[in-house]
Design a protein around this ligand. Structure first.
Ligand code: KG4
Ligand code: ZN
Length: 334
């Protein structure tokens, strides 16, 4: 975009789960996009909410300072502070929202609330900018959503999971196979060397909704019936088989959505959109079906603050500000 002195500079904070993230955007240009991960949860095999909040408190101030340095921006130059209001872990959200409120109050600049799930979709406005309307499959550790995006921030939920999210299915399967948390990325890497030869049943739900909780149980029963050492000997094939079922379900529902709504601009978003098999299959299907497909860069798939910043930027342009009574919300529809 054309830069001038009036282009807003937004500082964005994301703290909905276990990563503290801070980004600085000038207009829609990302000047800094930093993250502090929390390895403390690995030994528990999942995110421990209380520990996550404490880690956010440790990381947030140094991360904001570093982001200002990386972006070469002085805090006096900031136009507004955007933060994730929800959905997410309430303790984690409280840290980010309160830090954002204090900074906005201290600098006498506006505060902007951002819905984390909207932001995953909006990550596309940083680079690809799909035309409206488009359909986005948002797949993360906590959500699996089919979203009809009518206009930039006008989004309608047209399908979602009835139980576990796709990322959760990957993480739970990975845990069963003895892989460290979060297992999704490792399962993906191992699957690349395996063959999808184990016939895990595809969960069946009508319409545009999903269900993944039965898959975990069927994997568990399957491995329990095998000889000792089976998992170690067949790890890559097991990973490939799980990945194949999850990706097949996602692709089927996405195709149904595209056909039902007659839309051929198709995007994916969220942590699971980093999955190599999903990315390849969406591209192949796009070519077959004549879709225009939009796949985010890896840094904008998993949780990041640049996606919060881009929503912040567009809300800033429409003067959509929050007041200082803003409270985080754990459950918040798109
Ligand atoms: O969007 P995200 O970073 O956080 C949430 O909002 O939940 O998504 C995290 C999820 C985790 O379940 C993680 O295992 C999964 O995304 N994930 C992957 C891959 N990279 C991240 N799942 C499969 N393949 C990957 N390459
Ligand atoms: Zn997320």
């Amino acid at each position: 975009m054309q830069e001038n002195n009036n282009t807003p500079i937004i500082l964005a904070l994301e703290s909905s789960c276990d990563d503290t993230a801070c980004a600085i955007l000038r207009g829609d240009e990302v000047l800094a996009n930093l993250q502090a991960s929390q390895s403390i949860h690995e030994r528990f095999g999942g995110v421990v909410p209380e520990l996550a909040s404490r880690e956010h408190m440790k990381h947030i101030y140094p991360l904001v300072s570093e982001a200002l340095q990386v972006a070469s921006v002085k805090k006096e130059e900031l136009s507004a502070i955007a933060c994730t209001r929800g959905p997410g872990l309430i303790g984690s959200l409280i840290v980010g929202v309160n830090f954002a409120k204090a900074l906005a109050l201290g600098m006498s600049i506006p505060l902007i609330e951002v819905n984390h799930m909207q932001a995953h979709v909006a990550a596309h406005y940083i680079e690809n900018k799909p035309p409206f309307p488009f359909i986005c499959l948002t797949v993360s550790g906590g959500h699996t959503q089919l979203v009809l995006v009518r206009e930039r921030l006008n989004m309608e939920l047209i399908g979602e999971t009835l139980d576990d999210a796709a990322g959760e299915a990957f993480d739970k399967a990975a845990k069963l196979f003895g892989l460290p948390y979060p297992g999704g990325p490792q399962l993906d890497r191992l699957a690349q060397r395996g063959t999808a030869k184990f016939p895990f049943a595809k969960p069946k739900v009508d319409g545009l909704n999903f269900s993944f909780s039965g898959l975990k149980t069927s994997i568990l029963y399957f491995v329990q019936k095998q000889e000792k050492g089976f998992i170690e000997e067949n790890l890559t094939d097991l990973c490939a088989s799980v990945q194949n079922v999850v990706v097949e379900v996602l692709i089927e529902k996405l195709t149904l959505a595209a056909e039902s709504y007659g839309i051929n601009h198709i995007a994916i978003a969220g942590g699971v959109s980093a999955n190599s098999e999903l990315r390849t299959r969406i591209q192949e299907l796009g070519t077959q079906k004549g879709w225009n497909t939009y796949i985010p860069q890896f840094q904008y798939c998993t949780d990041n603050a640049a996606m919060i910043g881009i929503v912040g930027y567009y809300k800033y342009l429409s003067l959509d500000f929050a007041d200082l009574s803003l409270a985080p919300i754990a459950k918040w529809s798109i």
